[in-house]
Design a protein around this ligand. Structure first.
Ligand SMILES: [Zn+2]
Length: 524
């Protein structure tokens, strides 16, 4: 059966460098895309940069540059950061790309022709950070709740998308599709946004060029440019060839948006109603994650907290950082970051558990099996112990699939590491380092080592979407270099596929233990 999978990150605003929040969403999307490629699905992974709007103009002014120069600079920084970190996106879209500009203009024209847009005078409190007029509930002590800055009083004539006409439809759609917005907590939040008394009205989609000329021109009024959300959200269509690209319908029907909760409203209210006006179905799922907190504040450029993924890579290795991000955040709920927690996680799961299993298995395969995957010996003894490892691997295969589908990657990794635990426990019971020297038990050693090598093969296969380099290294050490290039789930995760006689390599520790930080080293 041919399946498809289309995963998107938000397009990141190019007024700063990539931080931890961007990195989490992007690593998650990369892992999901890798998993679905392994499943043989038609997969497309989109990320990119959002380049228009007043915030970019502000940064460009500070830098004394043209906004096109500033946005290009940061856009390239983002793209190169992801490439350097091995993120396997299929397209890095820029809202300044010619095909995107053309798609936005064609959609604006269509929606205008169909009567979904009208011109109005408006006066209100405007937040430059949010790029919108604020309502009473956005303000705390006169400051924008999200940006902790005072809004400006503004009045202007603008074009409005008549979004509120679709609220009843949207509420019905969300109720009829209970997993459209997940986890559930955000669905309820959105339902209350579209209730009549919520105060959320229509969407201003333009800016007069007299004030802002950095944007996509409205095709029906050359005195205005398009307001950024209306421009930005359409990137999800441009990238897969709207309106008539070869795989457009297949991929759009399999679309999975990943967002942080700060952009819930644009994605859960603006975007489905825009799609309704355009004549398209909403995305398949809107998947909403929480914030990374550092000293109990959201990690973002706006509040100045920066955890650079490149610095984390240089200090700890990117796969270890990747593991921490994916394993430590329960999807939908805020998580805390500290370097202490990162080190504890690396030592416990990667060095002591997985790394130790790899090094013990391959050490002993070198010593007792001439560095080759031995044939299992049916006379090796108590089959129940071997069966327990096989069962743990089969359980991991099923659980990882289930949890990837439900967007609970932290649980997928937890389930996978139960197979690592089970194999370590098996090794403790079989103790091949003693059995090899005991004539009564020596016959069990080939079976023990075969079982561990085969478990490592299956564990590495399942680990590969999350920690691709580590998985490739483990496979190479059990004689299967390059196996990921043609691997398929679930068929290659069936027990008993490892070639007997394959050359094994002891290698260096995969994840050396890290000493806990001295108080003086703690940067946060
Ligand atoms: Zn704001």
């Amino acid at each position: 059966m041919s399946r498809a999978y289309y995963v998107t990150t938000p397009i990141y605003y190019v007024n700063a460098e990539a931080h931890m929040g961007h990195t989490y969403t992007t690593v998650l999307a990369d892992s999901l895309a890798r998993y679905h490629r392994l499943r043989g699905d038609r997969t497309f992974f989109l990320t990119g940069s959002d380049e228009h709007g007043e915030k970019i103009l502000e940064v460009a002014r500070e830098r004394g540059e043209d906004p096109a120069v500033t946005s290009e600079y940061f856009s390239i920084r983002f793209r190169e950061t992801w490439k350097e970190l091995g993120i396997g996106f299929d397209r890095f879209i820029r809202t300044t790309d010619a095909d995107h500009v053309a798609v936005v203009q064609s959609i604006l024209q269509k929606v205008w022709d169909d009567g979904h847009i009208e011109f109005r005078e408006y006066e209100g409190d405007y937040c430059v950070g949010c790029e919108r007029f604020l309502t009473e509930r956005d303000l705390v002590d006169g400051l924008c709740r999200d940006h902790e800055r005072a809004p400006e009083r503004r009045s202007e004539g603008n074009y409005f998308f008549k979004m509120s006409e679709h609220f009843d439809w949207l509420a019905g759609y969300i109720e009829d599709h209970p997993d459209f917005i997940r986890p559930e907590r955000y669905r309820n939040e959105v339902l209350s946004m579209v209730k009549e008394d919520s105060g959320l009205g229509d969407l201003c989609i333009s800016r007069p060029k007299t004030r802002l000329d950095w944007g996509i021109e409205l095709p029906f009024d050359d005195g205005y440019v398009c307001y950024v959300w209306f421009d930005a959200l359409i990137n999800y269509l441009t990238a897969i060839g709207y309106p008539d690209g070869e795989d457009f319908e297949l991929l759009w029907g399999a679309s999975e948006h990943l967002i942080a909760k700060d952009i819930l409203k644009p994605h859960a209210v603006f975007w489905p109603t825009m799609l309704r006006a355009i004549g398209l179905e909403p995305a398949r799922h809107l998947n909403v994650h929480g914030y990374w907190n550092l000293d109990d504040r959201k990690v973002s450029k706006s509040l100045g907290n920066m955890i650079s993924p490149l610095i984390m890579r240089d200090k700890y290795g990117f796969e270890a950082f990747r593991y921490f991000l994916l394993r430590s955040m329960s999807f939908g709920i805020d998580a805390n970051f500290s370097e202490d927690a990162l080190i504890t996680r690396i030592n416990a799961d990667l060095a002591n558990n997985l790394g130790n299993l790899v090094s013990r298995t391959l050490n002993m395969t070198g010593r007792f099996a001439d560095g080759r995957v031995p044939a299992p010996d049916a006379t090796g003894g108590d089959d129940a112990l071997e069966q327990a490892v096989q069962d743990a691997c089969a359980e991991a295969v099923a659980s990882v699939d289930q949890y990837v589908e439900s967007m609970e990657v932290h649980r997928a990794l937890e389930a996978l590491f139960r197979a690592v635990d089970a194999t370590n426990q098996y090794l403790e019971k079989r103790e091949p380092w003693k059995a090899a020297k005991d004539p009564a038990r020596a016959a069990s050693v080939p079976t023990t080592l075969y079982t561990c090598c085969e478990a490592l093969r299956i564990i590495a296969l399942l680990l590969s979407p999350f920690l691709p380099e580590t998985a490739a290294e483990i496979l190479a050490r059990v004689g299967l270099a390059g196996a990921l290039d043609s691997a398929r789930l679930p068929e290659d995760a069936v027990w008993g596929r490892i070639p007997v006689g394959g050359e094994t390599t002891k290698g260096k520790p995969l994840f050396p233990r890290i000493d806990p930080l001295e108080p003086s080293q703690q940067s946060q």
